[in-house]
Ligand binder design. Structure first.
Ligand code: ADP
Length: 256
């Protein structure tokens, strides 16, 4: 049995094809959010990589912010449920999942059997999200994907006092014109994100093991800064950005 999960996020579309709810046959990440191009591309790329036709997929479920914006599927499932399911598949020891996506942050609590027990979410604000990091990377003229490696060269942390993205952007510009090192500034930006995210995680409670997921989990600097704020090790799976899509493909398998 082949199932597909397509996670249509605000910033990126992720698709996964699973065989029998166990084996990942193909994965695709397209750095375009909800709309027509991103979902269609992620959908097509996964089919191409798996070498199968749409008609060979037994069930397709959509999840994510844009899950009602795509027609060629069999149903939709909430992103929180899919995320919980996907993380349990990837890292079964995890009880607290922190998902940092393009525009939101969620902290999920799972039971030992992977059931979703509760979750907390940020308010409608870009602070502490991928959007915040993207804006700061833009001002520093570096790629978002390079922030993690850049921060590894930091010798001190230049703290950013404003949490609001707009004010923090001005602060970063003035720090740059004062001649601070990019690496030190980046470390400060990661610390600012980690503080913001940690306050949300503490609201939901921290139970071991803790994992970071979503695209921002690929930034090692954020992972380190968050582990420091939470005073706990933070696990990251290489498929951390795929958790929602994996969960959707698993629910699709269950529905057959
Ligand atoms: P959403 O589902 O909300 O669209 P994702 O969980 O897919 O979001 O994460 C998208 C975010 O992850 C974007 O802000 C993007 O900049 C960030 N991101 C993606 N890949 C990387 C990477 N390699 N390093 C750092 N950040 C990344």
């Amino acid at each position: 049995m082949l199932t597909m999960g397509l996670d249509i996020g605000s910033t990126a579309c992720k698709s996964i094809i699973l065989r029998d709810g166990e084996q990942i046959l193909a994965r695709s990440v397209v750095p375009l959010g909800t709309g027509t191009v991103g979902p269609r591309k992620a959908f097509g790329e996964a089919l191409d990589l798996a070498g199968v036709a749409r008609s060979e997929i037994d069930r397709i479920l959509l999840t994510g912010y844009g899950r009602f914006s795509f027609d060629d599927a069999d149903g939709q499932m909430s992103e929180v449920s899919c995320h919980a399911r996907g993380i349990y598949f990837l890292l079964p020891s995890v009880r607290t999942v922190v998902d940092i996506g393009g525009q939101d942050v969620k902290a999920l609590r799972l039971s030992e059997k992977g059931a979703l027990e509760n979750f907390v979410m940020n308010d409608k604000c870009a602070a502490g999200t991928g959007r915040f990091l993207g804006v700061m990377a833009g001002v520093m003229n570096v790629k978002t994907e390079d922030l993690g490696a850049l921060s590894e060269g930091a010798t001190e942390e230049v703290s950013i006092s404003n949490t609001c993205t707009v004010f923090a952007e001005s602060e970063v510009i003035s720090r740059l014109s004062a001649g601070v090192r990019l690496a030190d500034l980046t470390a400060g930006i990661h610390a600012s994100v980690a503080k913001r995210v940690a306050s949300l995680v503490f609201r939901g409670g921290v139970v071991r093991d803790v994992a970071l997921s979503g695209g921002v989990a690929l930034n090692r600097g954020v992972v380190r800064a968050l582990a420091r704020e939470l005073k706990i090790d933070v696990l990251v799976h290489p498929d951390c950005q795929m958790a929602g899509a994996i969960g959707a493909a698993l629910f699709a398998r269950q529905q057959l």
